[in-house]
Design a protein around this ligand. Structure first.
Ligand SMILES: [Zn+2]
Ligand SMILES: [Zn+2]
Length: 259
């Protein structure tokens, strides 16, 4: 996708999609990827784009799940690339139940990856990221002022989406997924009421292109897309996932938000 001063590259990651925004003088990565994506990202930058890793100036982590925060800390450690995320990002896996939840989530992600017959890659990652930039609703990304943060919690307590107001593009992380041609809620929805508000919030923006972490690039009418997603909240969780819900709702931080 080409725009006036940048291009967006869609990379197929280990479990999810990654989007690399390329400017003449800098690169921005959406989002933090799976741990197994580190090499993929490095190779894409140095071999496909023929650029230096040091051109990558920022990694945005939309939430702390293994397919969105797994590669980021490794890239930061190796190449000194700063990470931006929500101020509550690191609360997610806090405390005893947080440790258990982190273990279960990593195991689930690994299961999803092996089920879709991806080659075996290490999945384990740190459960606390300590973002270099903490970004709240309406703030612009450092060095990438044309992209702003829209807080869209519901899937977790701290999800963010990244929006380009001028070009009407939004990267939504796990606010919604596209699976088998259908638009749906992510799993889990930790806070259904909050999720409803987040979906309404993005419907109030103007959007031409939705970048999904799970589902690729979508040009369809965004009101129809998010209305379809929202309508599934009535039947959440779907019957076949009802038992799974127990495994994904251990975090003390969810209980605190529900109060
Ligand atoms: Zn997620
Ligand atoms: Zn995801």
């Amino acid at each position: 996708m080409e725009y006036t001063n940048y291009k967006i590259h869609h990379l197929k990651g280990y479990i999810q999609s990654l989007y690399l925004v390329e400017y003449p003088d800098k690169l921005l990565l959406l989002d933090g990827g799976s741990r197994g994506d580190v090499k993929r990202i490095e190779n894409f930058i140095t071999e496909t784009l023929n650029r230096k890793i040091s051109d990558l100036k920022l990694i945005v982590v939309t939430h702390l799940h293994p397919d969105h925060a797994g590669a980021a800390p490794h890239l930061r450690k190796k190449h000194n690339i700063p990470i931006a995320g929500h101020p509550e990002l690191d609360y997610w896996y806090n405390g005893f139940w947080g440790i258990i939840q982190h273990f279960i989530d990593t195991l689930l992600a690994w299961y999803v990856a092996t089920k879709s017959r991806n080659n075996y890659k290490r999945m384990w990652y740190q459960r606390s990221l300590k973002p270099d930039f903490e970004l709240c609703d309406g703030q612009h990304l450092p060095e990438f002022y044309d992209w702003e943060v829209i807080c869209t919690p519901g899937h977790t307590t701290h999800d963010i989406s990244i929006y380009n107001r001028k070009d009407k593009i939004i990267y939504i992380g796990d606010l919604a997924i596209k699976l088998g041609g259908k638009f749906n809620l992510p799993f889990p929805v930790a806070l259904p009421d909050v999720m409803e508000k987040s979906l309404e919030k993005v419907m109030n923006l103007e959007i031409d292109k939705i970048l999904f972490a799970h589902g690729g690039v979508v040009d369809e009418d965004y009101i129809e897309v998010f209305t379809a997603v929202k309508s599934n909240l009535k039947n959440y969780p779907p019957k076949k996932l009802n038992k799974m819900k127990w495994f994904t709702n251990l975090n003390g931080v969810i209980k605190k938000h529900k109060k």
